[in-house]
Ligand binder design. Structure first.
Ligand SMILES: Cc1cc2nc3c(=O)[nH]c(=O)nc-3n(C[C@H](O)[C@H](O)[C@H](O)COP(=O)(O)O)c2cc1C
Length: 202
């Protein structure tokens, strides 16, 4: 069994339709820790040592957030800037995260069709997540395909329930080490297929 750490950043959680439900579905699962950054650090003063301790005691790190301005809410960026220190996360002596698994879990306002060459956003979602992917790689972590819920404003309650079930299954599979590493290194993975489309192991 792996310990899963979900680093959750949502600045206006009381208005959330979807992320709140995704998080609620997994926060009481054995082996899963949800670290709610905006709840812990409303003033942005991150406890660096405490955050590094959390990383050390978990095997899978999930950056979970609504997609804001083609990236993450500001406090998650602050977390990257302060917590992933040289000598801890990267650099000659920085091996604390080596071999751990990392992924993004995001919700977007834009529909999937907008994240294509012909769409309004022009590029696939995977391109916008490159800073996360490359940061994980710099820290010698294995980066997994993201979990993405597109077009979140258009989803009915039933659609949301389906996404919540997929997310629950994904986190459980990660915890139970039931994911297909070969798939993650395959061409399909390189094409940016998302966990919530075809490759959930149920
Ligand atoms: C400040 C801000 C920036 C946003 N930027 C984007 C964006 O770049 N791309 C996108 O598809 N949606 C964007 N959205 C829409 C959010 O991703 C969407 O509201 C969120 O995923 C809904 O999740 P929630 O119901 O949990 O709040 C943005 C929303 C806000 C408030």
């Amino acid at each position: 069994m792996k310990n899963v750490l979900i680093i959750y950043a949502h600045p206006i959680e009381h208005k959330s339709r979807i992320n709140r439900q995704l998080i609620a579905a997994v926060e009481r699962m054995d082996g899963v820790t949800v670290s709610n950054l905006y709840e812990k650090y409303p003033d942005f003063f991150i406890d660096i040592k405490a955050e590094q301790e959390l990383l050390l005691t978990h095997d899978v790190i999930v950056w979970h957030h609504p997609f804001y301005w083609y990236s993450a809410p500001a406090l998650l960026k602050e977390w990257f800037d302060l917590v992933l220190e040289h000598g801890f996360a990267y650099g000659r002596e920085g091996k604390a995260l080596k071999g751990k698994w990392a992924m993004n879990s995001i919700t977007t306002g834009g529909r999937e069709s907008t994240y294509q060459a012909e769409g309004m956003n022009q590029y696939p979602i995977k391109n916008f997540l490159l800073p996360f992917e490359q940061s994980a790689k710099l820290c010698q972590m294995n980066y997994l395909s993201p979990f993405v819920v597109f077009g979140s404003h258009l989803l009915s309650e039933i659609n949301i329930e389906q996404e919540v079930k997929k997310y629950w299954a994904l986190i459980k599979n990660l915890r139970d080490n039931r994911f297909d590493v070969n798939f993650l290194q395959s061409e399909q993975h390189e094409n940016g297929l998302c966990w919530n489309q075809n490759n959930l192991i149920t």
